[in-house]
Design a protein around this ligand. Structure first.
Ligand code: FPP
Length: 237
């Protein structure tokens, strides 16, 4: 029986798309070739998520720390994102995907910012929402949320005592998105790397020994099966 028939998938899956560089190095290719293969994997996995009925897919495409990479590599990743968004805008109706962007987009090129804006506002009917984390850092997101709240306190619109966890969630990029039940990190690394720090408080993490460009629908099914084997207690017994 296919997984989709056997069990309902989590509503929200988040993925750290890791291992592109090593995949390319293993083949004697430039790192940008690894990212290009990673972008293809993303397309396949987003389609698979839609077919399974996943409502939200959040992917870590570029972190606040990734600016430390070479100009060539950064330009390569941005080009791939631009190409993908062009294509997605063209095929919006067919693909039934809605886009959101988590991160500070002001550091991106004006062209890419415009594409993100267009993709975000082109809200046709959709089956799955893809959240691209772009120039995103979990700590940065929380600091920005605190600043916004502090500004409102300074303006007399809020009282410090009013702040609750739910209210703080509303100041994050993910304001209207439920927390991810499942976070997948391929490539064998076992850390969160500043990804969805607030939202992952009770997420199930699945770390896998496959490099992102080699990650296929069967790997996603395996991660979901592992998620269903977990006993989620949320601090209870
Ligand atoms: C991490 O692997 C990957 C990134 C920092 C970039 C991810 C970007 C893409 C997959 C392309 C974006 C485009 C679309 C359409 C999704 P790494 O480079 O750190 O790998 P390594 O640890 O093996 O060096």
């Amino acid at each position: 029986m296919a997984l989709s028939e056997a069990v309902s998938p989590p509503r929200h899956i988040a993925i750290i798309m890791d291992g592109n560089g090593r995949w390319a190095k293993n083949r004697g290719l430039p790192r940008t070739a690894g990212h290009a293969a990673g972008a293809e994997t993303f397309r396949r996995i987003a389609n698979h998520c839609r077919a399974l009925g996943v409502e939200y897919l959040t992917v870590y495409a570029f972190s606040t720390e990734n600016w430390k990479r070479s100009e060539e590599e950064i330009a390569g990743i941005m080009r791939l994102l631009g190409n993908y968004l062009h294509e997605a805008l063209r095929d919006m109706e067919k693909n039934r995907v809605r886009f959101r962007f988590f991160g500070d987009l002001t550091r991106l090129s004006p062209e890419l910012q415009k594409l993100c804006q267009e993709a975000q506002t082109a809200s046709s009917d959709y089956d799955v929402q893809v959240n691209f984390c772009l120039n995103y850092g979990g700590r940065d997101e929380i600091v920005r949320a605190c600043r916004r709240f502090a500004r409102e306190v300074a303006e007399g619109k809020r009282q410090p005592e009013e702040l609750t966890e739910a209210m703080l969630s509303g100041y994050l990029y993910s304001a209207d998105v439920p927390d991810p039940e499942l976070i997948i990190r391929p490539s064998g690394e076992m850390r969160t790397s500043n990804f969805l720090l607030w939202q992952s408080a009770y997420s199930e993490f699945v770390f896998m020994n496959v490099l992102w460009p080699d990650f296929g629908p069967a790997d996603l099914d395996a991660a979901i099966a592992e998620y269903h084997r977990r006993n989620r207690r949320f601090g209870g017994v």
